[in-house]
Design a protein around this ligand. Structure first.
Ligand code: ATP
Ligand code: MG
Length: 366
């Protein structure tokens, strides 16, 4: 195991919409904590615009507009450009080149087995016309991770198959071409509710593409309305009825966000979440009361993020400058890895004086 200071973090988000509370608990909250721990050698956070285009190829404007939204959400959550390099994927052309070489190391049937991509293909009705770029995005994601020699990748559970694919590529590359790339490790949230936060509609995953999100940039009123309209237990019709907490997203959100002190502040009748759940399960506790409590908790979590974001919104050109500087730093790191990759793959013809001398010798004796 490497000492902490040797470790490098990389992770990112697709600019397909502003970020939501699923991103926050699945990855963002963890990233900010890791950044602030000061224990990591480098932290790279990127906005995956090229990946977003693989299923939004006909809507470049959407991707373009959301780059700044994601950047503002990052800053709002406390990512600090002085400590973390924030960059835009498409600006690092080295990543395309790496992906192209990695494609030689992965079979079509291996890609077809990726369960996350399978679900996403269904969700997008791509079954009969899967864009090649979308189908191969796990390979490009391996390029993103390995270009920066990332050792740790903090992501939600849906990214597990991508990390496995990246590790396979690294192993195969190193086996064929010699020890060059670093095998990354996934960093999942330790709270089970955060692995894959469900949508407000109760669907398995809160996702920008499903429109069941509470966004970090939603106003206090929007958050309140979304919580009021949330799916709960459909069989919990009257207050006195027993209710289910499993599959009830209101309780899942409480699992993800609620801290013991929230009870003192907003619901002193209950000592903790277990007691609240027990009351709901035996009957006599209405959805409205639980939702009001969830709203109080969520407002407390989201308000500082929203306020910090508003501050940053006042100087948008400065955000683009920050991203540009991040791209420059990221490009340098990716180019250094690409140099090693080219050398390992023996496609570094012009800086290989040995090769040139050898060929010259061969022909001088003819
Ligand atoms: P899209 O629908 O465009 O794929 P998305 O909402 O799935 O968008 P991504 O940009 O694909 O978001 O994911 C960014 C990061 O957030 C990943 O690490 C992913 O695992 C995590 N993430 C996304 N949704 C959730 C969720 N509902 N719960 C926990 N983590 C999530
Ligand atoms: Mg996604």
């Amino acid at each position: 195991m490497k000492p902490e200071k040797e470790k490098i973090i990389l992770t990112g988000d697709r600019p397909t919409g502003p970020l939501h509370i699923g991103h926050y608990v699945g990855s963002l909250r963890n990233r900010v904590a890791l950044q602030n721990s000061g224990l990591y050698r480098k932290i790279f956070i990127f906005i995956a615009d090229a990946q977003a285009l693989t299923d939004n190829m006909d809507n470049p404007e959407k991707v373009r507009q959301n780059v700044i939204e994601v950047a503002l959400d990052y800053l709002g959550c406390g990512l600090d450009p002085a400590q973390s390099t924030i960059f835009i994927q498409s600006q690092i052309t080295e990543l395309c080149e790496l992906s192209f070489y990695y494609m030689d190391l992965v079979t079509v049937s291996r890609l077809q087995r990726n369960p996350t991509v399978k679900t996403e293909i269904q969700m997008r009705n791509f079954e009969t016309s899967i864009p090649v770029g979308f189908f191969t995005y796990p390979i490009s994601q391996a390029a993103d991770i390995t270009a920066f020699k990332a050792t740790q990748v903090p992501v939600g559970e849906d990214q597990e198959p991508m990390l496995e694919q990246a590790r396979e590529i690294v192993r195969r590359f190193n086996y064929i071409y010699g020890e060059t790339l670093v095998e990354p490790e996934i960093l999942l949230p330790d709270n089970a509710a955060c692995l894959r936060l469900p949508g407000t509609d109760g669907k398995a995953k809160m996702s920008k593409s499903l429109g069941n999100c509470i966004y970090l940039s939603d106003s206090a009123d929007e958050v309140q309305q979304k919580i009021r309209g949330m799916y709960t237990d459909p069989d919990h019709l009257r207050v006195q009825d027993p209710g289910k907490v499993e599959g009830n997203p209101v309780f899942t959100y409480l699992d993800a966000f609620c801290q013991p002190e929230h009870f003192d502040r907003y619901l002193p009748d209950y000592p903790n979440l277990d007691e609240l759940k027990a009351h709901y399960q035996r009957g006599g506790l209405g959805d409205v009361k639980v939702k009001k409590f969830l709203n109080a908790v969520m407002q407390e979590v989201l308000e500082p993020i929203r306020n910090r974001r508003k501050e940053y919104e006042r100087d948008i050109p400065a955000i683009y400058d920050m991203l540009k500087a991040g791209c420059d730093t990221a490009r340098e790191a990716a180019a250094a890895t690409l140099d090693e990759v080219r050398r390992a793959m023996k496609i570094n013809y012009f800086d290989d004086t040995e090769l040139i001398a050898e060929q010259a010798r061969k022909y001088s004796t003819k």
